[in-house]
Design a binder for this molecule. Structure first.
Ligand code: NAD
Length: 359
């Protein structure tokens, strides 16, 4: 039986409560013989700053590097927002992405039948929607140089950034996307602005070249402005979407809001060897921290993604996803996904219900 070496970084706010429930779910699968777990905890974010004076203490980074995958809660602590930027809790996640070279961000956006009314869109538009958005995470205009604000001779000020991608950066995110499409509906839509931007013309060329290696996946291209419209008009037309850092930042948030429930959506950030950091898309929710109100399902589903993408344990991942569907089908709901007739529960009871649904 394989041993999964996982670094557990609970972080701040609701982070410790929700990771505790994800671990309970993993432990149930362990007891059923799916795998054996080697879990090690370390402080991160505000908790890292309070314990060791830095949001990403060297010991935490070393643990993250030594493990096969990272289960991450959330970071963010408003009481530390007056610290210099490099010591603020959110720097931990940026540091981990950079130091571990986590260049591929996978963000599913799906609507489970029980939660179809949580969306702000009409039920018939979102019902059955199941999209995976893959965003390049370490390049593009967010990191390109030169950048800055300069003073012109005429006294005016000018802000400038550089949009840049090289071929190998595009190729490696493209491969992640084609491989992910193979595990799903085999349709990949690449998002660019090739009609205006040279960088994304190269993006389109490289994606088209790569398609030759993946004849079982149907590749299409769409301009980013049209993609933003189509996500609202007919989101069910998409299976996997791949795009650069800035377009992906915006489109993945748009897609997640179609589902209407921030407490449900997981994410993964992967390196070239499928080592990954798995976390819910939401933040540390300080307004409900420590009150047994947080929805743990996004973190539990992040653990399922971990089993699928870092460990290749598809049936274990599916077992978790089916248990979550079953629990929602039974009518359990935390406050954020409350609906008429639902059985309102807290964080711990929701986690326990998923554990029980695993059998
Ligand atoms: P947030 O996502 O923490 O919360 C937004 C709203 O959603 C709040 O009302 C909150 O109660 C609710 N919510 C979030 N997760 C929930 C859950 N699992 N169950 C039920 N309700 C949930 O965003 P925010 O309030 O803007 O930010 C709070 C802190 O989190 C900030 O310090 C921010 O920087 C940080 N943050 C961290 C990450 C991360 O760790 N990757 C991501 C986003 C924000």
């Amino acid at each position: 039986m394989s041993t999964l070496n996982i670094a557990v970084l609970p972080g701040d706010g609701i982070g410790p409560e929700i990771t505790e429930q994800a671990i309970a779910v993993l432990r149930r699968l362990e007891s059923q013989g799916h795998f054996s777990l080697n879990l090690e905890d370390a402080p991160v974010g505000g908790a890292g700053y309070r314990a060791m004076g830095h949001p990403l203490p060297p010991e935490t980074l070393a643990l993250a590097k030594a493990s096969d995958a990272i289960l991450f809660g959330s970071v963010g602590d408003f009481s530390l927002d007056t610290l210099p930027r490099e010591l603020r809790p959110e720097q931990a996640i940026l540091g981990l992405r950079k130091d571990l070279e986590l260049f591929a961000n996978l963000r599913p956006a799906f609507v489970l039948p029980e939660l179809v009314d949580a969306s702000t869109l009409k039920a018939e538009i979102v019902s059955g929607m199941d999209i995976l958005i893959i965003r390049e995470l370490t390049g593009d205009v967010y990191f390109g140089k030169p950048r800055g604000i300069r003073h012109l001779e005429n006294g005016d000020r000018e802000g400038f950034d550089t949009m840049v991608y090289n071929e190998s950066e595009i190729r490696r995110i493209g491969r992640v996307a084609f491989e992910a499409a193979r595990k799903r509906g085999r349709r990949l839509c690449s998002v660019d602005k090739a009609n205006v931007l040279e960088t994304t013309q190269l993006w389109r060329n490289v994606m088209t070249e790569l398609a030759g290696d993946y004849s079982d996946v149907e590749l299409s291209h769409i301009y980013v402005d049209n993609a933003a419209m189509q996500l609202l008009k007919n989101p069910k037309q998409f299976d996997v979407m791949v795009t650069g850092n800035m377009f992906g930042d915006i489109l993945s948030d748009e897609a997640s809001m179609l589902t209407g429930s921030i407490g449900m959506l997981p994410s993964a950030s992967l390196d070239a060897n499928n080592k990954g950091l798995y976390e819910p898309i939401h933040g540390s929710a300080p307004d409900i921290a420590g009150q047994d109100k947080a929805n743990p399902l996004a973190t539990i589903l992040s653990a399922a993604m971990m089993l699928r993408y870092s460990f290749g344990l598809e049936s274990s991942a599916l077992a978790i996803e089916q248990a979550v569907s079953k629990v929602l089908g039974l009518g359990y709901a935390t406050a954020d996904i409350q609906r008429p007739g639902a059985k309102m529960v807290g964080t711990q009871a929701m986690g326990a219900a998923v554990v029980e649904a695993l059998g």
